[in-house]
Design a protein around this ligand. Structure first.
Ligand code: PEP
Ligand code: CO
Length: 460
């Protein structure tokens, strides 16, 4: 089917059904905030966006690998130096391990500086007989279960923008040379190597990768100061789910020396699994912007769905424009991925999000994910791509650089009884820094030995 070409402007989405629309009581207050947001400076630039698009185009050809990660839901309260720095550090460490594994450059993309809007399966939440609006992320309301906190308030859009700007400011400053301690072993905190949960083979493999990393860093050091500086200047791009279309469209505009409209709140916005309806508001908004865009694909996605989405969102098959992020779950992935991959042989970057299809609740009602299930989906996804002749060009994680206990498993042996100890996420459970780094080591092993398994640990 040839897609209908209709007029687009940054607000044409308003005429389409929006599966996650926020009900604001005061429309005038919303309009005023949107006008203010429109007048404020952009958070990113079109040339950064175009550069990321060209890196994604390379990744589509297997010349680069994308690492995307960060919180499920960022919060305004967590916009603190340590938090942001730790997130950058874990992404950087993972990327260095992945470089050694895949022998190709890594494109680092944070789920940060705007990951403040969350889709919810139900508009309201009931606790002890009291019903309040669900928590839709700090861009909309607040998480405390109190009527005033849960009231959607347009002012939160401005607060979100401000905190995204503060986060990006620190990210940019650190990217420009704040990682000089990279070659010091204490930076790496590899204490999980010592844990009893690792088999001798894995431990040896990890030690080998670490030695190679240390050698490579020493080599860079021996080349002279310039080289270290070069190494400590690393690029990070920002991404978030482009869920709140008032926020996204307020900062969408043309740019002086380019054509078309850019969403200048972030480099890489993505469409969530719950809002990718072909005739919906989100697809309408995303089709008109020039950013590279992500699309989450859950286990119900059909080949036909994807073709239609691509016809609308990338009719000219522009390289670097589309990132398809599959999140099938470890159980479903082996069945649903192969037909999808062989049916959609188009110019896209395939990325695996092994988090969102692997969430479950413990007997006491705590939301968690198991390290082994996450690994299982990665394994199945690597296998499916190898079989279909397509390229798995990136991975997408919910993670933090802090020592939280939200996901179970990994060499550090986090069990369900540990979850209460340091569970901070207001939304989905994240890998902590040791789990995230271990995951990178396992992916690096698989990249080196494509026919091998991701883990030689017994699956639990
Ligand atoms: C998310 O990435 O936090 C999310 C809600 O994902 P999905 O749309 O894939 O469920
Ligand atoms: Co999530």
């Amino acid at each position: 089917m040839v897609p209908r070409v209709t007029r687009w402007d940054p607000s044409s989405w308003k005429g389409k059904p929006n599966a996650q629309a926020v009900a604001y009581a005061d429309e005038d207050a919303l309009d005023q905030v949107v006008e203010r947001l429109r007048a404020l400076p952009p958070l990113v630039t079109s040339w950064e966006i175009e550069r990321l698009k060209s890196l994604i185009a390379d990744a589509q050809e297997g010349k680069r690998f994308l690492l995307q990660g960060g919180d499920c839901a960022e919060t305004v309260a967590d916009c603190r130096q340590a938090n942001v720095v730790n997130k950058l550090k874990i992404l950087l460490k993972m990327s260095l391990v992945l470089i050694l594994g895949g022998r190709k450059p890594i494109v680092r993309v944070g789920r940060f500086a705007g990951q403040y809007a969350k889709p919810r399966s139900s508009p309201t939440e009931v606790r002890s007989g009291v019903e309040l609006p669900s928590y839709f992320g700090d861009l909309v309301n607040r998480a405390e279960f109190e009527a005033e906190a849960r009231r959607p308030d347009p002012q939160h859009l401005l607060t979100g923008y401000q905190h995204a700007a503060m986060t990006l400011n620190l990210v940019r400053a650190l990217s420009a040379g704040g990682f000089a301690d990279l070659h010091h072993p204490e930076y790496w905190d590899l204490s999980f190597f010592e844990s009893a949960g690792l088999t001798p083979t894995l431990r040896e493999d990890y030690q080998l990768i670490t030695r190679q990393l240390a050698d490579a860093l020493r080599f860079m050091e021996a080349l002279g100061e310039g080289a270290i500086e070069e190494l400590s200047r690393v690029e990070f791009y920002a991404s978030h789910e482009g869920l709140h279309l008032h926020y996204e469209s307020a900062q969408t505009s043309t740019v002086p020396f380019g054509e078309g409209f850019y969403d200048l709140t972030t480099h890489l916005p993505w469409i969530g699994e719950r809002t990718r309806a072909l005739d919906g508001a989100h697809v309408e908004f995303f089709r008109g912007i020039k950013n590279p865009i992500g699309i989450k694909l859950g286990p119900k996605s059909t080949v036909d769905d994807v073709h239609r989405l691509l016809d609308v969102l990338n009719p000219s098959e522009e390289p670097g424009r589309i990132v398809l992020i599959t999140r099938m779950g470890a159980e479903r992935a082996p069945d649903v991925l192969p037909p999808l991959l062989s049916g959609v042989k188009r110019r896209v970057l395939w990325v695996c999000d092994p988090m969102h299809g692997n969430t479950h609740s413990t007997a006491t009602g705590i939301k968690t994910r198991s390290f082994d299930a996450i690994l299982g989906e990665l394994q199945a996804t690597f296998d499916a791509h190898a079989h279909a002749g397509t390229i798995l060009g990136g991975v997408h994680f919910e993670l933090t650089g802090d020592d939280v206990t939200e996901c179970v498993g990994g060499a550090a042996g986090i069990t369900e009884s540990d979850l209460a100890r340091n569970y901070e996420s207001l939304c989905d459970p994240r890998l902590n820094q040791a789990q995230a780094l271990e995951m990178a080591f396992l992916i690096a092993r698989r990249m080196r030995a494509p026919s091998g398994g991701l883990s030689d640990r017994p699956r639990g």
